[in-house]
Design a protein around this ligand. Structure first.
Ligand code: NAD
Length: 522
């Protein structure tokens, strides 16, 4: 008889919505209106399936129009964060015994329900985090991909795995879940990363506390609700909203927590790693920390590159979603012979970027996430103006929202502050390299190692980069953003994280442990 895995179709990436189609445009406009109309709703904590009010509330607002509320959300108290861990622990005992095929079926069902609510989630991403329609749809499509991919991966990992046969013994190795996890996602892929981290943990048989970013809690609430509609038992995912620093430490340090799956900044990731390393009273394991952190990603433009393609790739990677991607290009490293021409063409290309409210489909660049982020970006630009030559932007853009102009600073030295620190906004440093050797040396000169790209038509240059450019996701003659589940397993080296690969065949193993069973026979 065919196994469940054999009966499941081959994984394929979800197609994107064509918003040029008038029917899709009308559906998106209706979804935006519906999400706006729901802006006065209040969202509770979800602990053991129950809706619970917190110790206070906070509002989540539209970064394009900060006066517009997207929802009112609970601030969980420390006691409620502990209750959420207890609920997850209780649920773990039964959920871990649910057959893998049934857990996978939950993810397949969740993918189907997400497809049915695609426009609603797209609209939420436009209004809660300021994504353009296309970026929002890419985020939701990636979330669906994670659900579909991890469900198949769990089916693949289920059951006994072959080991070396030994006469007189029946041996097997199986993967079992870890226990209670804390899931801490960022706001920048508010659907995909949040759904991917959560679904990977639970399909492996763990139960979790999901603490979403305070900038995108409504999307997380709607996803947990969707998992419930898909048949998830109470307590398998508990939603606890509130300030990361207030309840985050408590969750990370809790002795009954077995693992922490974090995606966010280097600073918070290192803090979590350090806290998790100290055993607490009653703790009987070493906590596992999966930390996917920041980037300072480079595109190398070799002297022989197709210059128009390189300019397009750099602009798309630097300014897509306002540069707020861990994979965003924040350094263009250009060989000297084509440097001036590259800068000229880039300046013209950046002038075509249209900044404004992303609810308008003609807008290509929206606001950054919040006032704190805008101020941080402005301070880097002020520093950058001293470290290089301002070529484009450099100011806040007009409008009520947190708008920053797409900013390019050229003639930046490889060790300048804006060439080294993650800015996480629409700011690109252009660096001149003496030659290709110098370009590769500069590309490797940060503490990060997440994504990178090389534009060159010379095969030997690309092959050198394959060996020497030390990043987790390397691309040739294309932009350095837009990794696809399955095709480009994603995650970086060095201070970019713990070398995990989301959307790849190794990822679920981070949420499992292997048990070897040997029986004497005959
Ligand atoms: P952040 O580090 O500020 O926050 C990430 C999450 O951690 C949020 O949910 C936040 O509430 C929580 N948090 C904050 N303090 C905490 C604490 N003391 N204990 C527990 N949780 C705490 O990052 P962000 O601004 O949400 O996201 C942007 C960052 O994420 C960038 O650095 C970006 O490069 C990185 N990122 C990395 C990847 C990757 O795959 N490597 C993907 C996306 C984003």
């Amino acid at each position: 008889m065919a196994t469940v895995l054999e009966r499941v179709s081959e994984f394929k990436n979800e197609a994107l919505i064509d918003f040029k189609d008038p029917a899709n445009k009308a559906k998106m406009e209706a979804a935006l209106a519906a999400v706006r109309a729901g802006g006065s709703a209040t969202y509770d904590l979800i602990i053991n399936g129950r809706r619970v009010r917190g110790a206070g509330t906070f509002k989540t607002s539209n970064p394009a129009k900060p006066s517009e509320s997207v929802g009112t959300v609970q601030k969980a108290s420390p006691a409620q964060a502990r209750e959420a861990v207890a609920a997850a622990e209780q649920a773990f005992y039964s959920w871990s015994k649910v057959p893998a095929a049934q857990r996978a079926a939950l993810l397949f069902k969740a993918a189907e329900l997400t497809r049915a609510r695609r426009f609603e989630f797209d609209a939420l991403l436009v209004l809660e985090v300021g994504k353009s329609w296309g970026e929002a749809d890419g985020d939701v499509a990636e979330g669906i991909d994670f659900l579909e991919y991890y469900a198949r991966e769990m089916l693949r990992l289920d059951g006994p795995h072959p080991v070396t046969p030994v006469p007189g013994e029946k041996n097997a190795m199986i993967y079992i879940p870890l226990g209670v996890g804390v899931i801490i996602p960022p706001w920048n892929f508010a659907f995909a990363i949040m759904a991917g981290m959560t679904s990977a943990a639970i399909v492996a048989g763990n139960a979790v506390v999901l603490k979403p970013s305070s900038d995108s809690p409504v999307i997380a609430y709607k996803f947990v609700e969707l998992l419930e509609q898909a048949g998830m038992p109470p307590g398998v995912v508990n939603l606890v909203t509130g300030s990361g620093s207030e309840i985050g430490d408590l969750l990370v340090q809790h002795p009954r927590v077995r693992f922490i799956s974090f995606t966010g900044s280097k600073e918070v990731g290192l803090h979590i790693n350090q806290l998790a390393a100290t055993p607490q009273a009653g703790q009987i394991w070493i906590k596992r920390v999966v930390a996917e952190m920041g980037g300072k990603d480079s595109i190398v433009v070799a002297a022989d590159a197709d210059l128009d393609a390189a300019v397009d790739g750099v602009a798309a990677s630097a300014f897509g979603f306002q540069g707020q991607k861990c994979s965003a290009c924040s350094r263009a490293i250009v060989e000297a012979p084509i440097y001036d021409e590259f800068v000229n063409r880039l300046k013209k290309r950046v002038a075509t970027i249209n900044t404004g409210d992303p609810a308008d489909p003609s807008v290509t660049m929206g606001p950054v996430i919040n006032e704190g982020s805008l101020k941080k970006i402005e301070s880097y630009v002020a520093e950058g103006k001293k470290e290089g030559t301002l070529i484009a932007g450099g100011e806040r853009a007009s409008g009520e929202g947190y708008y920053m102009q797409p900013t390019v600073i050229a003639d930046v030295k490889p060790d300048a502050k804006i060439a080294q620190e993650e800015i996480f906004g629409p700011v690109l440093a252009v660096i001149k390299a003496k030659d290709y050797d110098d370009a590769l040396r500069i590309a490797n000169n940060t503490e990060y190692g997440l994504t990178g790209s090389v534009y060159s038509q010379d095969r030997s240059k690309l092959e050198r980069a394959r060996d020497e450019f030390h990043v987790g996701n390397l691309y040739f003659n294309r932009k350095c953003t837009g990794a696809m589940v399955g095709a480009h397993p994603f995650g970086g080296f060095n201070m970019s994280g713990t070398d995990s690969k989301a959307g790849g065949p190794d990822y679920l193993l981070l949420f499992l442990q292997a048990k070897s069973v040997s029986e004497k026979v005959g």
